[in-house]
Ligand binder design. Structure first.
Ligand SMILES: *[C@@H]1O[C@H](CO)[C@@H](O)[C@H](O)[C@H]1NC(C)=O
Ligand SMILES: *[C@@H]1O[C@H](CO)[C@@H](O)[C@H](O)[C@H]1NC(C)=O
Ligand SMILES: *[C@@H]1O[C@H](CO)[C@@H](O)[C@H](O)[C@H]1NC(C)=O
Ligand SMILES: *[C@@H]1O[C@H](CO)[C@@H](O)[C@H](O)[C@H]1NC(C)=O
Ligand SMILES: *[C@@H]1O[C@H](CO)[C@@H](O)[C@H](O)[C@H]1NC(C)=O
Length: 944
């Protein structure tokens, strides 16, 4: 809706000589250049000085004074000293310490220099909602970091994705459990949902509350709130053990009718995680308390809870990480069982049961590695000499730990070469702290930190295009080298491939019918490109490379006003204009008349940065964000910069959606802004739960402008860095990525525009300007991947001066030339063409630069409507040459409806172009504004 009050406005007629009354406000000088308290650390002992006379560098003797001279007046500002022996020794000592503490661990480097260089690798954040659950060989259920649930299944032809999200009110999903034929999902709030399947009806999630009385330990009719934290399906697959938020162990042994049991908690402790559910011995559950101790629960013994204490002397203080363990049988004899667990400091330990005796065995970790999860692997035990565990480290690498079987000898100290590293896929890391899943022998699936999945498999045995049920006669050779294949998922729009999903597949995604090779030219084929190319497209940027002193981008004068001068509010009915004087006007159609409505504010405004749900977000001259919204008592200003963690901003997203297209509303809706110090700021606006988040900047550049927010790729914001290069930020994972870009292409630090013809496919493009004023396209399609295309300029001698308009009809785009003319770039029969639409004027123009216009007449096909031309001609007699200049100003144009676009003219008026049909666009009217001295009477009113 337009921001228009039903009552309380005054009608005033303004004429040409209308003068604006400005709210006077004193400009505070911005104090950018505060003294920085940065400290420099001296790391070397040799310095050189340039000798002007000899034109050479001469090494200086230390200590050396640093002197600053102004007009021959020199003062000492600092000095360089010899690095003290102590310091060097300290460094060495620290290194020695590192080696010593790791002496007891048996990790040997796996050949090719895989030791992780700290300072480059960073510890990954702990994601919250990731899980993988296997339903069958052909179906894996995944919860993603965004809280989504999707199934990846093999339809007989290819792997496809089927979404199974919880309803919005249920919140985010964090896990899926499959027991017998029942599918349960756990939400972040601790509530279970059951997927109800019935014929001919879409499956729905319905709440499935535990009916167990927390006090009496008996089932009760009343459902009591026992929020669930996590759960594990028992080894025999017929029951689920859950751990509740308040630290109890509960069990679901039957779904229909539900049968629950509350097993309570160990005496004096709680259940923080279930380590093993009945795989060591039937009906016995092993749990870990939050302080890190192992407990055993056996309902048939008295007492039911037993504690497994550390008896071995050397292991004092080892406390276990509350996470799921992994059980292997037969490591030291047929009847032995081993429960592998991780300690809080990231080491692998084993609790082994052999000949009725328990013992602890410490396996440690690879050098410098902190282990965060264990992925069990099942083998055809009779064939294998080794058993393996796969462990994910805090840096996102994968290590395999091999254990020999049945050797009979004591294996209390691990064998050398036990650890080998599988690293991680190129430009991606394994998600920290989540176990992977074995699909088949030699095929493991892991969640990645960036939201995708990856398969670690033997060559020829896995990857996107390999289904299950292949004849596997793998006698897994110890030497066989695993390889990584990356799998696209719905979590990660913005990556390098399509995924197949019911509503987006041109291929028959769900039913698995082979796609006939029919007009394949226009059908996106699901083919992955070769590995090396993928790597080039998309570069993971490492936060720890961050440099403090990144070059600031100096915005040209009026950067905000040329880019955020106009903003559409309500298609065809209302848009906003922020004047150079800082006034906010809304141009509004109401009661059969167009009028200007003034929205007064105590500080002058600079630009309109976004709209959401009927509210407008503006930035004032101090960089504060204000929201203009309608409330019960009329219109209100809300100071968003007064909220916690706000920063001063200078830019926002280019567009608020696609005209004529409904926006998907989610509980995570946010506007993204560029802060004055070059960071990306996320301002959550959904459901009025306002919240600022600093998304920082790419490691090697500041954020200069936002190219696109989530129109091209869901959850992804594309930005241009201060260095003129393209980056993207993923809202779900918080990760920055850099796109491959030629050194020679420097982008202009302007907003851009995106075109994505169909939400069914990720094919589409971003359009931007290059620094030298040419049009640049960055395109993605399934066949070729990412591609840069330079469209150049419409004419020699003309450069483009503003960011592109949005797309119309998927193939028409408007740009403004340095000659004050509008140029349309459009696709005609698969060929891109330029069309000169000129500016809204007929006849001779009596302006100084008229000469120069005569030069390129060839492609002049000024777009003019007959009636409008006639009216212009009539006006031409009293054309006020002093105050009127109908050339188009370098203000970013806005869409007003699906076939209308608004430009600003150099004299301050606005002009509209409309689409008549296909690619026929004409100038249809000019609009007088309260700030233009040229022409026109108009209505204006003050909003209250
Ligand atoms: C040199 O600079 C210092 C501090 O900037 C000032 O106090 C002093 O008067 C100056 N001397 C001359 C000779 O300009
Ligand atoms: C290594 O292990 C030995 C016993 O096996 C122990 O005495 C020593 O303290 C350990 N060293 C370190 C650095 O943990
Ligand atoms: C699964 O099926 C088994 C055998 O039919 C049954 O005993 C068990 O209760 C079922 N489990 C659940 C959770 O429904
Ligand atoms: C092939 O394409 C044509 C035209 O697009 C369509 O009419 C026909 O049904 C398609 N055939 C198959 C087998 O999909
Ligand atoms: C839209 O605005 C209305 C009125 O202020 C509010 O009740 C509603 O929650 C908003 N919707 C969203 C998705 O923010």
């Amino acid at each position: 809706m337009a921001l228009f009050p039903a009552i309380g406005f005054i009608w005033i007629v303004f004429t040409v000589n209308w003068v604006l009354v400005l709210v006077s406000a004193s400009w505070c000088p911005h104090e950018y250049l505060r003294h920085s308290t940065r400290k420099f650390e001296q790391k070397v002992d040799r310095f050189w000085e340039f000798h002007e006379q000899s034109n050479t560098w001469v090494e200086v003797k230390l200590p050396y004074d640093l002197v600053s001279c102004v007009n021959d007046n020199c003062t000492k500002v600092g000095s360089i000293h010899q690095m003290t022996k102590d310091k060097e020794e300290q460094l060495l000592d620290r290194k020695r310490d590192d080696i010593d503490t790791n002496q007891n661990e048996s990790f040997k480097k796996d050949g090719a220099g895989e030791r992780i260089d700290e300072g480059i690798e960073t510890v990954l954040p702990q994601r919250k909602r990731v899980s993988l659950t296997r339903m069958s060989e052909t179906s894996i259920w995944v919860t993603g970091e965004s809280g989504s649930i999707y199934e990846r299944f093999w339809n007989g032809v290819q792997w496809v994705i089927a979404p199974h999200d919880l309803p919005i009110w249920a919140g985010h999903a964090i896990h899926v459990f499959i027991v017998n034929q029942t599918i349960l999902a756990l939400s972040e709030a601790g509530i279970l949902y059951q997927l109800q399947l019935s014929e001919n009806v879409q499956p729905i999630w319905v709440e499935f509350t535990p009916t167990v009385d927390p006090k009496t330990n008996k089932e009760s009719e009343q459902s009591s709130a026992m929020p669930i934290k996590s759960g594990v399906v028992s080894n025999d697959g017929v029951r689920i053990y859950f751990c509740t938020h308040d630290g109890s162990l509960i069990e679901l042994s039957e779904v229909a009718p539900p049968r629950w049991a509350n097993h309570g908690r160990p005496p004096g402790a709680n259940v923080a995680a279930i380590a093993d559910a009945a795989s060591i011995r039937p009906e016995i559950v092993y749990t870990i308390s939050s302080i890190g101790e192992l407990y055993e629960y056996d309902r048939s013994s008295k007492p039911s809870w037993k504690k497994h204490i550390w008896t071995e002397g050397t292991t004092k203080g080892a406390s276990l990480a509350p996470s799921r363990g992994c059980t292997l049988h037969g490591l030291s004899g047929d009847h032995s069982a081993s429960l592998f667990l991780l300690t809080k400091d990231g080491k692998l330990v084993e609790r082994r049961l052999h000949q009725r005796k328990w013992k602890w065995i410490i396996h440690g970790s690879p050098e410098d590695q902190h282990l965060t999860s264990i992925t069990p692997v099942v083998y055809d035990e009779s064939k294998e000499k080794f058993m393996s565990l796969f462990l994910t480290t805090s840096l996102g690498s994968l290590f395999e730990y091999r254990l020999p079987k049945h050797t009979g000898i004591s294996q209390e100290t691990a064998i050398p070469e036990a650890w080998s590293s599988h690293m991680h896929p190129p430009d991606a890391k394994a998600a920290r702290g989540f176990p992977g899943l074995q699909l088949q022998v030699g095929r493991l699936l892991f969640p990645l930190d960036d939201g995708r999945l990856a398969e670690l498999h033997l060559p020829g045995l896995g990857g996107e295009d390999k289904g299950p049920n292949q004849l596997i006669n793998v006698r897994r050779k110890a030497s066989a080298k695993y390889m990584w294949s990356v799998i696209e998922t719905p979590e990660t729009e913005g990556w390098n491939a399509e995924y197949c999903k019911e509503e987006r597949g041109p291929m028959n995604c769900i039913s698995g019918v082979k796609d006939e090779p029919n007009d394949s030219g226009s059908r996106p084929m699901i083919r992955r490109r070769k590995g090396s190319q993928v790597k080039q497209d998309y570069l993971l940027t490492e936060p720890s490379k961050q440099v403090d002193s990144l070059e600031e981008y100096n915005y040209p004068d009026k950067w905000i006003s040329t880019n955020f001068h106009l903003r559409m509010m309500h298609g065809g009915r209302s848009f906003f204009l922020i004047t150079d004087d800082g006034m906010t006007f809304e141009y509004l159609y109401t009661e059969n008349v167009w009028l200007w409505l003034r929205h007064d504010h105590s500080t002058p405004m600079k630009g309109a940065l976004g709209t959401y749900n009927g509210s407008l977000f503006l930035v004032d001259k101090y960089g504060s964000v204000f929201m203009r919204e309608r409330s019960v008592d009329g219109l209100e200003w809300v100071n968003c910069s007064a909220m916690k963690k706000a920063r001063q901003v200078i830019g926002g997203p280019p567009w608020d959606g696609i005209p004529g297209k409904a926006m998907k509303v989610t509980a995570e809706d946010a506007l993204f802004f560029v802060s004055k110090n070059g960071r990306l700021m996320q301002f959550t606006v959904a459901l009025r739960k306002f919240k600022w988040k600093d998304c920082q900047n790419p490691p090697n550049a500041k954020v200069a402008s936002i190219v696109d927010q989530e129109l091209f790729r869901e959850n992804v914001v594309f930005i241009i860095g201060s260095n003129g290069r393209l980056y993207q930020y993923n809202k779900i994972t918080g990760l920055w990525h850099e796109h491959y870009q030629s050194q020679h292409l420097v982008l202009s630090r302007l907003p851009g525009t995106a075109v994505r013809p169909s939400s069914m496919s990720s094919t589409g493009s971003l359009f931007m300007l290059s620094e030298d004023g040419g049009l640049v396209e960055y395109q993605w399609n399934t066949g070729e991947g990412w591609n840069w295309i330079e469209h150049g300029t419409p004419n020699k001698g003309v450069i483009l001066t503003t960011s592109p308009s949005p797309f119309f009809e998927r193939n028409q785009l408007f740009l403004i030339g340095s000659d004050g003319k509008v140029y349309m770039r459009y696709m005609d029969q698969f060929t891109w063409k330029w069309k000169n639409c000129g500016f809204p004027h007929v006849g001779k123009l009596d302006l100084e630069d008229q000469e120069q216009e005569g030069e390129n007449n060839e492609n002049d096909e000024v777009c003019m409507d007959k009636d409008f031309a006639a009216s212009l001609e009539k006006d031409a007699q009293n054309f006020d040459h002093e105050n009127c200049n109908p050339k188009v100003a370098s203000t970013r144009p806005i869409p007003f409806s699906e076939d209308s676009v608004i430009f600003e003219l150099r004299d301050g008026r606005l002009a509209e172009m409309r689409r008549i049909k296909d690619t026929d666009w004409v100038w249809s009217r000019t609009i007088g504004t309260p700030t233009s001295m040229c022409l026109a009477n108009y209505w204006t009113a003050v909003a209250s």
